[in-house]
Design a protein around this ligand. Structure first.
Ligand code: HEM
Length: 185
């Protein structure tokens, strides 16, 4: 399924309405400056896991590059423009993960950490009556992100099997994701 079509379905399924979009946009000045700090805490968390650390440090300069990519991704959550272009960029990020061998089981706990760090900041900085609507909008966009990431993995897997890499699920993911990324370039 095309990323834009998937996004439309996800907007409906999560109930991310114009009201929530406005809330996310309003949160941007509060949350975007936190992006670098959240990136630091995020990679600190990933680096504490042996398997994830091995992937992160496999390529020289990778982690340093990732601080910036992650911070850009994080600021994007509050851009307030969730359209086909947004969905395509996010789907590509999912494919990049599958292509470099980030296992699907690493992804949801990582999303959980982003949520934890962000909710703490929202709770500490917003007035009580504002917290609920902020959390509601934030949870919805995070659910959309997670679903797009999951869909990218599914597409990579299906493509990997089609290409005959079916002997091993992990290999099918890598082969499939690389093939889709190459085709898109
Ligand atoms: C909430 C989940 C995550 C987010 C939002 C995220 C964000 C990003 C972004 C924005 C990129 C750049 C993609 C591009 O080049 O277009 C990236 C790449 C990457 N991420 Fe993640 N990531 C997440 C989870 C993880 C996990 C769990 C790992 C485990 C090790 C990981 C390792 C990597 C690696 C190795 C790359 C490729 C770096 C390269 O270009 O060499 N990420 N990530």
């Amino acid at each position: 399924m095309e990323a834009g079509v998937l996004l439309d379905k996800l907007l409906r399924r999560t109930g991310l309405l114009e009201l929530h979009i406005q809330t996310l946009r309003k949160l941007e000045p509060l949350m975007a400056p936190m992006a670098s700090e959240i990136a630091l805490a995020f990679y600190d968390y990933l680096g504490r896991d042996e398997e994830m650390r091995a992937i992160l440090w496999e390529v020289p300069g990778r982690v340093e590059r990732l601080y910036q990519s992650f911070a850009d991704w994080y600021r994007g959550l509050f851009c307030g423009r969730y359209d086909a272009e947004y969905a395509e960029k996010r789907a590509r990020i999912g494919l990049v993960h599958a292509a470099v061998g980030v296992k699907p089981s690493f992804i949801m706990p990582a999303f959980g950490i982003v949520q934890e760090l962000s909710l703490e900041h929202l709770r500490n900085t917003l007035r009580s009556p504002e917290v609920l609507s902020a959390v509601e909008a934030f949870e919805k966009i995070m659910a959309i992100e997670a679903a797009i990431m999951q869909d990218s993995y599914m597409q990579a897997m299906a493509c990997g099997y089609r290409l005959g890499a079916a002997a091993d699920q992990e290999q099918a993911l890598v082969v499939g994701a690389r093939a889709i990324l190459e085709k898109a370039n």
